[in-house]
Design a protein around this ligand. Sequence first.
Ligand code: PGA
Length: 252
Amino acid sequence: MIRRQFIVGNWKMNGLRAEGSARVRALAERARTDPPSCDVLVCPPATLLADIGALLPEGIALGGQDCAATETGAHTGDIAASMLADLACKFVIVGHSERRADHGETSALVRAKAAAAQAAGLCPIVCVGESLAQRRAGRTRAVVAQQVARSIPERQNGHDLIVAYEPVWAIGTGLTPSRAEIAEVHRAINAQLARRFGAAGKAVRLLYGGSVKPANAAEILAIDHVDGALVGGASLNAADFWSICEASRTRR
Ligand code: PGA
């Protein structure tokens, strides 16, 4: 089976309309002149989704950064998964560590959001990852295993779920785990999903996130069970983001 890697740009809370549109025009130009050999997704702030969606070329998908756990109703400020789907989103990030930290999101809530995303026809990208204190205490594997167990929905078919391993201490810091440390966690997540879901679990794509840059992308993307990258800071620069896409490889 050919497994294309998946490079995701998480723009976080950055950019007004003009800036977002300029960035996506630059990406569209790169995609035209230098088509990627990986799947590419951009996740702009919700306010930019309609603009960016209208400008995206074929071959670059659109995603949200979060969705509500419920479908509709009196939830001021929340955005339902179906509303993202209505804007042509195909994916949504859920359980990012910034949402877990800033908004107190629990793994149970993240699981409900992921299930709501699937019900709306979106593929959730469920984020997990340990803090620096947890790593120093030697608890990385246990913390990640528990987050995976509790944050992913009951059902998935291998193609309607993506898991992103993002060590909290690596996000936006310029620090990354060693190759061996990334490999160990990804192997463990793959085995855990296989135990729980069989072949469908094995098929779930696993992304690494946390200070992925053009300079380290090829090395990270070459690690076993790393099926792509979730890129924050470097996704705000079209040239940097594209060189990360170019560092991806096709797996058989
Ligand atoms: P970073 O963010 O690439 O800026 O470290 C990654 C993320 O939070 O998804």
